[in-house]
Structures are given as C-alpha cells and as structure tokens.
Ligand binder design. Structure first.
Ligand code: PMP
Length: 757
C-alpha cells in the first residue's frame, strides 16, 4: 500500500506533504496536513520488546506533555483510538505505526551558546527527570540498550573497529577506569527512567532557552545520574572551556533535582564512558558506511574531548562538579601532616622531590594527577615506559594475577612466551636470560656471573656511573661510593674517567677513541685484572652523558683480549627509548656479553633481567641453584609481554625517535637564545640539558638548573636534575609523550628562562 493510503486508512489524514527525516531505529516521516498541522509518523519493525517499549514511550510522552510546560511529541490515536497500531505488511511482516505531533523550535546547536541556554538545559533535564521519578514500565526495564551507560560493555565490543592505536588506547583506558570506579557501584545507584540522549540535535529551544526534546528511543531504566552525564557530555563537546559550560548545566539541574556525592563523584567517569560509547559506535557505523564523511566529522569532537578529559585531573573535575551541585568538597591533602607521617616511619635517607612535595593520586599515560587537583606533564618518569597505567599492561597483569602467579620452578606459558619475545630482540650470542626484580639485583647478578665466568674479582667501572643499591651495586657505582656519605672506592674497583665529550679532557670527533685508549692504559698500567667492565650507553646519573662515538667499539676489543666480560647497563636506555636503537649498545655498534634490563621492562611492575651468552650462562651451571622468588614470575612475564606488544603496536620506538629529534631541535633553538643551555644532548626521549654560567668557561650553573626544575614544576611539568654538579636537567618521559607535549614543554621552558635570566 502506498504511504498516503496507509496514512488515510490509519489516521484519516488526506493528501499530506511527506518528508523523510533522519532516524536511528525507526523510519520517520514528517507529515504536513492540508489544514496546516504537522506530525511525525514513526514506523518500527514489530517485536514483543519493541511493542512494549513503544507503548511505554507513548505513556512517557503523555505524562510529560500533560505535566510540564515544555514541548514534547504528543502521541495521536489512530481512527480506532489506538496509540500504537500494528499493521500487517504484504510480505507477512508487521510494522508498528505511531503518529506524534511535530515539536517546533530551533535545535540547541543552531542557537547562540549562552550561559542562560545551558542553565535552561539543566533546569529542563531536571524537570523531565523529576516527572519520571516514579514512572515504571516493564517495556523499558526489559530492554538492554547499547546507549544505556550501565551497559557500556555493549558498544565497547566495537573497539576493534577503531584503527588508530592512540585512540583505541584512550578508549581502553577510560573503559578500564569505568569498570574500576563505576562498575562496583552501579547496582547501588538510584535508578529511574531517563531520556538518555539530551544532545544538541534532540533538544529544541525557544528564545534562547530549552523548550522541549524529541527522540525518546534511548530511554532506559538506569542510574539517574547517567542522564546528567549524557547531558553534560554533549554540553561540553566542542567547547574550549568545557567545565564552565558543564557547571551551568549541573548547577541548574541540581537546584531542581539534587544529586548526592556518590552520584556526582562518578560523573568524570560516566562522561568518559559516554564518549567511549559514542566513538565505538561511530567506528562500527563507519564499517557499515565507509564513505560517510558525516561520521568522521561528527566523531572528531568526541576524540578531542577524550584527549581534553585525559588532561583534566579527575579530582579537579569532581571539585568543579561538587561545587556546582552544592556539595561539600572532599578533604584535600595536608602536605605538612603527610610529610610528618612519612618521617615517623621512614629514614630521611629516602628523599622526596621538591621543597613542597607532590602527592600523587592517579596517573594516565604522560600525565600525573596530584591530590591538589593539578595535572602534571611527566617528562621525568622513564619507568612507566609505555605510559602510566597503560590499559593493556594493567589488564595483562590483572588477568594473569587472577589466574596464576608462580615462579620459575614450574613450567608456565608466560615465561616461555615472554623469554622468546625478549631474546628475539637481541643479537647473537645473547641468548640466555635470568629474571630478577630490580635493576640493582640485575647488576648484582651480572657481577656474580662475570666473576664466576672469569674466576676474577675486580670490576672496572666509569666515573659517575650508577648500577644499583645492593652491596655490590654500591661498590660498582661511583655515583654512590664517591658521593658525600659514600663509602669510597673499594680496592677491587677500577674507575675510568667518564668519557664526557662536552666537559671532559677529550672533545671533538675522536674523543671516543681517546677516552677508550685512556681507559685501556689505566687498566694496563695499574696491572688490573678485572672480571668485567660495566657502563651505560648514556650515563644517566652522570648527567645524561652519551658515550662518544667509537668509545665502546675501541674499548671492548681491548678488554676482551684480556678476557674481561663487557656489561652494558640498559636499565635506563633499553626498550626503544633511544629511538634509533632498541638497545643502547647498538648505538655504539658493539655487542656486549651481558646486558642489564630493568625500569621500563615492566612499565613499573618489578621486572628486571640479565641477558647473556650461552658461555657465561654455562659457567653458572656449577651445581648451585639460581633462584629468585619473584624473578620471572608469571605475572611479571605477562606484564613484560604486554609492554613489548605495546611498544610494537604503538610504534613507540619510532615515535621516541621523531619526538626526540623534534624536542632536541627545539632545545637547540632555545640554546641559541639562551647560552646558559651549555649542552643539549642524548638520543630519542633520553635527553639532557646542561646548564652553565658561560658557554666558554662551561662553569656549571647548578642553581639555575635547580630553579628551572622548580619553576617547571610550578607550571605543572616534571623534570629532574642530575650529574656530578647537579646542573643537568634530565628528560626521559613515557614514550607516549608527543610533539604537542614537546611544544608545551619548550614554550614553558622558554617562559621560565625568560623570567629567570
Ligand atoms: N642501573 C641504572 C643505570 C639505573 O639507573 C638504576 C636505577 N636508577 C639501576 C641500575 C638500579 O635499578 P633499581 O632501582 O631497579 O634497583
């Protein structure tokens, strides 16, 4: 039957003008009658659930339009007095027909965005919700709907359609937070029937205020606060200052319908959840309509807002929301009291950074969220290598911890899977691995292995090197044994000069070779007979000093002639941080006999290792068991595997290279304007800026480096200082640190330098 005939048969409407409208789940037709009335005719495929739902929707519409001074679609009866008409189609299927009044007004996004408009949105939404507080209908409660925030798992099934790995990671992160924070509380929250989609294209306005709403197809029986979260999400979308707009809405909403703190405190996570649902559904929709420019355009603000949301400290957002909702603030941190508490059970040998310490509550990727509500851009923590709380790493650890956490005395898959993947990253003959829990334990074990392999005791180290906090670790760490309060150089340790081509005795292109020759001379002239030589490819605690070109390539062969084991400490430099190389020793074009791994290996989970050759591992097989209770446990291996996966999936080595080059060139530009930046050095995202009083004299400018570090902290950027004169700013952020972050840092550093100099 023709549309016009159906209309006439069902509703007695003659010769109308018909126009198709956008519709998600239903076919929507705008109907204009000859006598000037306008309706929307909605058709849905029949099913028991749909029938029940549409029946409920009609009741809601009648209730709202009968009780509130706003415009809602009003259901009309057919000629037989039915609000919902079931019609059999020629093919035997059935269609559900409804006729609703057309709601006049300009859509929310077509009018000036004013505080009054947003305030009216809050009031309006509260009025709708209040009118529905005691409304119950099995037709709504029976439905599990993919836009209902309590069922966020449904749209998240589409996450695989998101192609961009950074985007996918954002969604995974916020979904993880949602499950963690909202999940356990969902069942406790006050429930109600809500509209569930107060967006700018469903809301209508009149004279700069919200006047009505259409499209009740996403109604659900769910925590009431979900209505607010959804309205806030759309209110903030595309705004430069999203929280200001959200405040208007929330203040007005809660003035009419108060929320309690258990609801308001979830809003940060619920808003993120709504954005995740939106981008996952868009990604899926794109696979159905690959050429749709509309989907790509409409999802852009959602992605931007997820990025904005990540930069906002959840506590800061909650503070704004609590204030708007008229609720008391959660107590803040009393740093003085906390420091005093810390000092009651800690030795002062355990330092805390900054004169006014930072209390951290949460972190995500390159951001750290302090208890003060501030978000810090983290350029200092190289341990969360692939980013703080990376969802894949967290999930890998959680899943494995819930399944099996055991040690290397058993066979288990994660151990073998990880070891294969890890060793595949090394050149021959590095083909054996021992797991421990810290860089220090790795250094300790490496020294032990070298001693057993060679039957010798002495160790050759570099000035200012650091390798660990154990007895052996301190003995081989000039950074510690030479420091004030340190025990001094042990007799069995030979210390070669740091091959610093900026400050040291050899500079220029042959510095590497000359430093290597010096080290060899020291060795020979002193009659030394060491088991091993240990150094880092870029000496971190020494002030980010890269070994000059040719240093190890000259030195290693000379050492090996004497049977000395060559150890590369990659605790800081490993796993792609240097950009051009996965391991630091590759930068020097050598292959060590032992490699130490730590910090980044488990992204913060205690996982470290010694990788060595068959020959050295073989010397260890002397009847004594090597066992580490935690080293290589199944959780650590699962975490390590996830870290490798993420480095590859997100191209983090390449991005360390690109971002590092970009940052270094920005710093070199700054150096031209500020000669106190005596040297800018390092590779990838392992850089150092050495501060000097004068570029010629190179006199260390320790005070300035410290002041810059503290000023940067005041501007929410974390860096550290190190080096023998503590005049080098160390930059070693999580590898997700990107060019935009580099711009923020460069810009802030410039401002700080302008003020300080
Ligand atoms: N080696 C190097 C190069 C390091 O930087 C460190 C830690 N700063 C260690 C070893 C010791 O590692 P951990 O703190 O995990 O014991």
């Amino acid at each position: 039957m023709h549309r016009r005939e159906i209309l006439k048969e069902l509703y007695g409407i003659e010769a109308p003008e018909l126009q198709d409208l956008e519709g998600y789940a239903s076919l929507n037709i705008k109907v204009k009658t000859t006598d000037g009335r306008t309706f929307v005719w909605k058709q849905n495929a029949d099913s028991p659930l749909e029938r029940a739902f549409l029946g409920a929707e009609n009741q809601v519409l009648l209730r709202l339009s009968g009780s509130l001074p706003y415009e809602f679609p009003v259901p009309q009866t057919d000629l037989e007095g039915r609000l919902l008409t079931v019609m059999e189609n020629p093919d035997g299927s059935r269609t559900l027909h409804r006729l609703l009044t057309f709601v006049p007004g300009a859509f929310f996004d077509q009018v000036a965005q004013t505080p009054e408009l947003f305030t009216s949105l809050g009031t309006f939404t509260a009025h709708v919700d209040r009118a529905l507080l005691d409304f119950r209908h099995p037709g709504i409660e029976a439905r599990t709907h993919q836009w209902d925030l309590q069922h966020l798992a449904l749209p998240l099934e589409h996450i695989g359609y998101i192609k961009n790995s950074r985007h996918r990671k954002l969604v995974e992160y916020f979904y993880m937070q949602f499950k963690q924070v909202v999940g356990p509380l969902l069942h406790k929250l006050r429930r109600s029937v809500i509209h569930g989609d107060a967006n700018e294209q469903n809301l209508l306005t009149h004279k700069g205020r919200v006047s009505g709403i259409i499209d009740f197809g996403d109604m659900c029986y769910t925590p009431l606060v979900n209505e607010v979260a959804i309205a806030l999400t759309y209110a903030m979308l595309g705004k430069d200052d999203p929280l200001t707009w959200a405040e208007h809405v929330l203040r007005a909403y809660t003035a009419e319908l108060p929320l309690d703190s258990s609801e308001v405190d979830l809003l940060y996570y619920l808003v993120a959840g709504r954005l995740c649902a939106s981008v996952c559904n868009s990604a899926h929709a794109k696979t159905l309509k690959p050429d749709s420019a509309y989907i790509t355009i409409s999802e852009k603000p959602a992605w931007e807002m997820l990025e904005t949301w990540l930069r906002l400290n959840p506590r800061a957002v909650t503070t704004v929301f609590r204030k708007a909702a008229g609720l008391a603030q959660a107590p803040g941190a009393d740093l003085g009291a906390e420091l005093a508490r810390r000092n009651t059970y800690f030795s002062k040998a355990l330092a805390v950074s900054y004169a006014e310490p930072l209390k951290m509550e949460q972190a995500a990727f390159q951001y750290m969220y302090a208890a003060s509500g501030s978000t810090y851009l983290d350029l200092y923590n190289n341990i969360p290598h692939v980013g703080h709380c990376h969802p894949r790493v967290v999930r890998a650890g959680q899943d494995q911890m819930a399944r099996l956490n055991t040690n290397t005395r058993y066979l288990y898959d994660p151990l073998h899977a990880y070891s294969e993947r890890l060793l595949a990253k090394f050149p021959e003959p590095l083909n054996k691995v021992f797991y421990v829990n810290s860089g220090s334990a790795a250094a300790d074990l490496a020294v032990r292995l070298a001693r057993i392999h060679t039957g010798r005791k002495q160790i050759m180290v570099l000035e200012h090197g650091y390798h660990g906090n154990t007895v052996t670790g301190i003995e081989i760490s000039a950074y510690k044994f030479e420091h004030a309060g340190g025990p001094g150089k042990p007799a069995q340790v030979l210390m070669a000069p740091i091959p610093d081509a900026y400050r040291g005795s050899h500079r220029g292109s042959d510095a590497g070779q000359r430093y290597a020759d010096d080290a060899a001379t020291l060795l020979k002239d002193g009659g030394w007979d060491p088991a091993a030589f240990i150094c880092e490819p870029i000496i971190g605690c020494g002030g980010q000093v890269p070994l000059p070109d040719g240093y190890l390539a000259t030195l290693y062969p000379m050492l090996r002639e004497q049977g000395i084991v060559c150890i590369s400490d990659e605790v800081q430099t490993g796993f792609g941080r240097l950009g051009r190389w996965f391991w630091g020793f590759e930068m020097q074009a050598v292959v060590p006999d032992i490699v130490l791994l730590g910090k980044p290996m488990g992204n913060g989970h205690p996982l470290a290792a010694v990788v060595t050759t068959n020959a050295i591992a073989g010397s260890f097989e002397n009847g004594l068991e090597f066992f580490s209770s935690f080293g290589g446990n199944s959780v650590a291996c699962a975490v390590g595997l996830a870290v490798l996966d993420v480095i590859e999936a997100e191209g983090l080595q390449q991005s360390a290279r690109e971002t590092g080059d970009y940052l270094k060139s920005g710093l070199r530009d700054l150096q031209e304007r500020f000669p106190v930046l005596g040297d800018v050095r390092g590779e990838g995202l392992f850089l150092g800026i050495e501060f000097v009083k004068h570029p010629e004299t190179r006199e260390p400018h320790t005070d300035l480096a410290g002041a810059v570090k503290n000023r940067l902290k005041d501007k929410f950027i974390l860096v550290g200082t190190d080096g023998p004169d503590d005049n080098v700013i160390k930059i070693k952020p999580p590898l997700c640190f990107n060019q935009k972050d580099a711009d923020v840092f460069l810009h802030t550093l410039e401002n700080v330098l302008q003020k300080l100099i």
